[in-house]
Design a protein around this ligand. Structure first.
Ligand code: URA
Length: 408
């Protein structure tokens, strides 16, 4: 009985594979109602799960859909996943860098969640770009150009889609066991040989402290071992946004600038170089130092940028048609000093209020709106300097200046 299962978890006892399967598969086929699943998820959130429970849940998630097989494609396929943040457009930069260095990349990305943007929404800001490739199209494209970034196919871990939607509205998103099985089930079903996870920590991330990030990292590595997949993790800061642009089309344009070598020396570029070197080291079995040299070369000789353009063209996109909001509003510094706060979460909220993401399920995203930060954390600013430019079309939302910026 589902009530016995919920009660057992409420008391902090371990659930068997059969009990978890009965509850979760029951939810997917309609025998368990969403209020019962919500209650079980909250009990999991509060009491946690043992490693065995997490392994069982991950298997139940994977078995709910297709497991892709890319073994026909030569080379070690390396996938990467970020737990999500503000201004996080790393996939747009690292996927072409890694592919141009000879490692096949098949990346199935997701949409935005809450205040954080999603890679697929960003790519859709490129007019024409297809994010709905079939398994056959994915395989053909990797064979042809070594690189695909598309949306998750409908049959990839359908359990995660159903459970995630419920977690999103029941305050059960930030449970470490639930995050681990959600991400790892998708990565394992996604068919890559090795996996790199970028775990974000800070006010603009799901996890706000380093201890939780380490727990999540250990768990993901353990789940990888069960499936004989090498998993590496990196823990990176999400108290300030990544790079200088937030919002779909603005972020694509920033990624293009980085790939062309025109944008350098900020937290986003550093993270991209770090993640790409790690992926190349995994894919080519070489040291991270040697991999970094390949990364630098791919930017200098523009091969990474050429690979990005090749992918966009292959997926029907046209970068010359990317649009940004028709109106601009400058946010000016109210005093002189050093910029000591650039609050990621508050900037994420402002970008959402501009229309770059969804508040309600039926909302339409405005791909062209967003924020262009003109000063970075630690910069010296003078009163009246432009701190940020907001791109918008219709209405300008309220700007919570004091929550976003601090100048000392
Ligand atoms: N990203 C996911 O795919 N799942 C989670 O649970 C959290 C972040």
């Amino acid at each position: 009985m589902i009530l016995d299962i919920i009660n057992k978890k409420r008391l902090g006892l371990e659930l068997s594979y059969q009990e978890l399967s009965q509850a979760f598969n029951g939810f997917l086929n309609g025998d368990v109602y969403d209020y019962q699943m919500s209650s079980l998820l909250m009990a999991i959130c509060i009491n946690g799960m043992t490693d065995d429970e997490i392994f069982s849940l991950t298997k139940i998630f994977i078995d709910s859909g297709d497991v892709l097989d890319f073994s026909d494609i030569p080379g070690i396929k390396v996938d990467k996943h970020s737990t999500g943040g503000i201004g996080d457009k790393t996939t747009l930069v690292i996927a072409p860098i890694v592919a141009s260095c000879g490692v096949p990349v098949i990346k199935m990305s997701g949409r935005g969640l809450g205040y954080t943007g999603g890679t697929i929404d960003k790519l859709e800001s490129i007019p024409g770009y297809r994010v709905d490739l079939s398994d056959e199209e994915i395989i053909k494209q990797v064979h042809d150009i070594n690189l695909v970034v598309t949306g998750q196919t409908a049959d990839l871990v359908p359990m995660d889609k159903a459970i995630y939607a419920l977690r999103d509205v029941t305050a059960t998103v930030s449970s470490i066991p639930l995050i681990a099985s959600s991400i790892m089930s998708k990565k394992i079903a996604g068919g890559s040989d090795k996996i790199l996870i970028d775990i974000k920590v800070g006010n603009g991330a799901l996890l706000t402290n380093e201890e939780d990030a380490k727990k999540l990292s250990d768990l993901m590595i353990k789940i990888g071992k069960v499936y004989h997949k090498e998993v590496r993790t990196m823990i990176s800061d999400m108290n300030v946004p990544l790079g200088n642009r937030i919002g779909n089309s603005l972020e694509v344009l920033e990624a293009i600038d980085v790939l062309k070598g025109e944008e350098k020396n900020n937290n986003f570029v550093d993270l991209c170089f770090d993640l790409s070197s790690e992926m190349i080291s995994m894919g080519l079995n070489i040291s991270k130092e040697d991999a970094l040299q390949l990364v630098n070369k791919s930017i200098e000789d523009q091969s990474a940028y050429a690979k990005f353009v090749e992918m966009v063209n292959y997926q029907n996109g046209d970068i010359s048609k990317i649009k940004v909001g028709k109106n601009q509003y400058q946010v000016l510094a109210k005093k002189s000093g050093v910029l000591t706060k650039l609050h990621a979460l508050e900037l994420g909220k402002l970008s959402l209020a501009l229309g770059s993401g969804k508040v309600y399920i039926d909302d339409k995203i405005d791909y062209s709106v967003g924020i262009y930060l003109k000063k970075q954390l630690g910069d010296l600013v003078k009163k009246g300097d432009v701190l940020a430019v907001l791109y918008y079309n219709d209405k300008l939302p309220k700007i919570e200046y004091n929550k976003i910026f601090t100048i000392d």
